[in-house]
Design a protein around this ligand. Structure first.
Ligand SMILES: Nc1ncnc2c1ncn2[C@@H]1O[C@H](COP(=O)(O)OP(=O)(O)OP(=O)(O)O)[C@@H](O)[C@H]1O
Ligand SMILES: [Mg+2]
Length: 221
């Protein structure tokens, strides 16, 4: 079974220590990150997504320390904030990301079509990103992360700016993916998704600790 393990990880920006001595193990299933603004949730997701390196400690993928290349081959990352290529259509952008992930155009179109259909974005995929609303951008960032069916998904506020119904559609897809993949996410819908999570972790004061007892995942309605 796939495993991602953080051992005594510390992360600082200059003199500001954000995470201290964090040790965590992720196996397939949904992990929710909660905690106050500025606590370090996005920082933790960036470390998992290999977008940044820890100052201390190690991150092991399937038992291999620092296997960043192997992890990147099967990683989907939806950052909290990112600049999108405004002149491209959503589909053109998705094809570009899919190519980086090693998918051919047929696979990419099939997957992107199915994902965008499930989250109410399909009608807009041939429109330029410049014309997209905040919620459409958020869904596009989410959809590109899922391309290639990654074994590790790091999702930073994928449901922000979405109405309740659309957010729940994303939630259902996330729960579905978490049957096979390691999914680590922050969301303002943590309470709703908690019954489906294998662990809920609280990030606060540089530490990461269990927020509640892990429950058995329940099927999504
Ligand atoms: N590139 C950076 N340079 C300097 N400080 C940073 C950088 N990125 C984050 N920080 C600081 O690290 C701390 C944690 O930020 P982070 O974005 O991880 O918090 P968060 O828990 O995701 O917050 P939010 O809930 O508001 O998204 C904050 O104090 C932030 O100012
Ligand atoms: Mg954040």
């Amino acid at each position: 079974m796939a495993s991602l393990e953080l051992k005594n990880v510390g992360k600082a920006y200059g003199r500001k220590r954000v995470l201290e001595d964090v040790s965590l193990t992720f196996t397939p299933g949904l992990t929710l990150l909660v905690g106050p603004s500025g606590a370090g949730k996005s920082t933790l997701l960036r470390l998992i997504a290999t977008a940044e390196r820890p100052n201390r400690g190690t991150i092991a993928w399937n038992g291999r320390n620092g296997a960043r290349g192997a992890l990147r081959k099967t990683l989907g990352y939806a950052p909290q904030a990112v600049d999108l290529p405004e002149d491209l259509t959503a589909r053109e952008f998705a094809l570009h990301i899919a190519a980086l992930k090693g998918l051919n155009q047929t696979q990419a179109d099939k997957q992107f079509g199915a994902i965008t259909d499930a989250i109410g974005l399909h009608a807009d995929i041939n429109n330029r990103i410049a014309s997209f609303s905040g919620g459409m951008r958020r869904r596009l960032i989410f959809a590109q992360a899922l391309l290639g069916a990654p074994q590790v998904l790091a999702l930073d506020e994928p449901t922000a700016e979405l109405d309740g119904e659309t957010a729940r559609k994303l939630g259902a897809l996330i729960v579905e993916r978490a049957k096979d993949a390691i999914v680590v996410m922050t969301t303002h819908l943590a309470d709703e998704l908690a019954p489906h999570a294998v662990q809920v972790l609280r990030v606060e004061g540089g530490r990461v600790s269990p927020s509640q007892t892990a429950r058995q995942p329940e099927p999504v309605e």
